[in-house]
Design a protein around this ligand. Structure first.
Ligand code: FAD
Length: 472
């Protein structure tokens, strides 16, 4: 019997890869139940694609590279935007019902950085949940996909310098070795390494730690996007997002004295680019706090922004009557496991896709709504490539196990998250980065080693670029 393709991660990227590999057998390994506690399910805005009249892949590519400060890999951008329309069609074929206007045309939203409306969405602000529902259902129906939930992959098996399997622990701590013809890391982002994040805590960069332990190359690690307005709830690590669309609808950012925060900072004021707003909110938080005053939206708030309304009310904040406390939060990692545009890492047999991977498509900063698209476009491409590989039987002997290493305890993880937030947050300085690096120079635990690698990458880039902003 042929060995299966092993895919670690059941978000949009892992599922797109698995579905496209048919009929080659796939074993899909996930920590959580499929669709639960993954960043893909939380996505609100939608998916960018040049589907509107007069829109083109070239225009979408142009906006992607402007957002990425021209640090993007042009070949990856061409593939992303060139395959975007086909990706939306494929999602519809998998059962995603995108929102349509009364005439039947796809409804298109516009977000910061796009020169026109080009964002398709489903269920209003529930795009991620709707897409994941359809893909999980499609994967359950696909006879070539076998699923194994509740497994934490903690190591990679190597034979003659090739990845040939994984080491995983189940919920009871039982270890097992699983062999495959290829290993795909689709483990998501790194927001969980920061004190405040919009990601699930599970998105902790452990896929990068696995690749690092096995000697695979990582790239662009210094580029972390911060969302300017997460709901500032004391004591919470994973924070609900307060969507940018509220500012589009007239909400204004205020400082602790109630003064407008963005006046005079940027010609677009509250609608300035995400990183500009994140830096202002970061500074205001250090000086007493930042609030988003959305009272002007009034009684229509619950109907227009049901997700934000529910999150606020859950924390006893009525956004119709009082300003919403906000804070920047780690949102998206542009860097990751270095791959080519087919998803191949520098280690033969090891592939990566989605937010865990970096083929350079986002450059130094991601354009809004390009990451779900990335998962589908590059996932489908990688799945097709792996599905066409000649089958090999599973060989169980002669493997070496490389583990990502022990985890830090809860207290030290909390300390590390705070250090990362201060040193690698929206505003950085060489001094703070050096101090943090010294602190983690000899740190044990895989999170310590990964933090060290991220900090060293940030220190190597001595000039501001995109999301990497140096105050000194
Ligand atoms: C609140 C929020 C809103 C967003 N809105 C948008 C948007 O509107 N449009 C857009 O394009 N992007 C958006 N993004 C970004 C986008 O959602 C993510 O970049 C994308 O979903 C990442 O998909 P993924 O498949 O790479 O990873 P994920 O969806 O995070 O999936 C990772 C998977 O890996 C598994 N995993 C991790 N480690 C292990 C391990 N060791 N063993 C086993 N399994 C493991 C997890 O359990 C999970 O199944 C948003 C992100 C957030 C957090």
């Amino acid at each position: 019997m042929n060995a299966p393709i092993l895919i670690v991660g059941g978000g949009i990227a892992g599922l797109a890869t698995a579905l496209a590999a048919a009929p080659t057998p796939v074993l899909l390994l996930t920590r959580a139940r499929e669709g639960s506690d993954v960043a893909s399910t939380l996505a609100q805005g939608g998916i960018a694609a040049p589907v509107g009249d007069g829109d083109t892949a070239q225009a979408h590519a142009h906006d992607t590279c402007v957002a990425g400060s021209q640090h993007n890999n042009p070949a990856a951008v061409e593939r992303l935007t060139g395959d975007a329309v086909a990706a939306v069609e494929w999602l519809q074929h998998q059962g995603v019902a995108f929102d349509r206007d009364p005439g039947g045309a796809l409804q298109l939203g516009r977000e910061g950085g796009h020169d026109r409306a080009r964002i398709v969405h489903a269920g209003g602000d529930a795009t991620g949940a709707k897409v994941m529902q359809a893909l999980v259902t499609a994967a359950r129906r696909a006879p070539h996909i076998h699923r194994c939930a509740g497994l934490d992959v903690t190591g990679l098996l190597l034979r003659d310098g090739h990845a040939c399997g994984v080491h995983a622990l189940d919920a009871y701590g039982h270890a097992e070795r699983i062999h495959g013809c290829a290993v795909v890391l689709a483990t998501g982002g790194i927001g969980g390494l920061f004190a405040r994040t919009s990601n699930p805590a599970d998105a902790d960069g452990n896929g990068l730690a696995l690749a690092l332990a096995a000697g695979a190359a990582l790239r662009d690690l210094e580029f972390v996007q911060f969302h300017p307005t997460a709901l500032a709830v004391p004591g919470l690590h994973s924070l609900p997002l307060v969507t940018e669309a509220l500012r589009g609808a007239g909400a204004r950012l205020l400082d602790a004295e109630g003064r407008p925060l963005m006046d005079g900072v940027h010609p677009l004021a509250d609608l300035a680019p995400r990183d500009v707003v994140a830096r202002q909110v970061w500074q205001a938080c250090r000086e007493g706090g930042a609030w988003l005053d959305a009272r002007g939206i009034g009684t229509t708030f619950p109907a227009r922004f049901p997700t934000v309304f529910a999150a606020c009310m859950q924390h006893d904040i009525d956004p119709r009557l009082q300003p919403i406390p906000v804070t920047p939060a780690a949102h998206f990692h542009m860097g990751g496991i270095a791959v080519d545009t087919d998803g191949r890492s520098s280690l033969p047999g090891l592939y990566a896709v989605g937010e865990a991977a970096c083929n350079g498509v986002h450059g130094a900063n991601r354009l809004a709504s390009n990451s779900l698209l990335e998962g589908v476009v590059f996932g489908r491409r990688l799945g097709t490539l792996l599905g066409a590989l000649p089958g090999t039987g599973a060989r169980h002997g002669g493997c070496t196990l490389v583990r990502r290493g022990p985890s830090l305890d809860a207290i030290r993880i909390a300390g590390l998250r705070e250090t990362m937030m201060q040193a690698m947050g929206p505003v950085r300085s060489g001094k703070a980065l050096q101090a943090a690096l010294r602190q983690y120079q000899a740190a044990d635990g895989w999170q310590g080693e990964l933090a060290r690698t991220l900090l060293a990458a940030a220190l190597r880039r001595t000039q501001s670029l995109g999301a990497h902003f140096l105050a000194d």
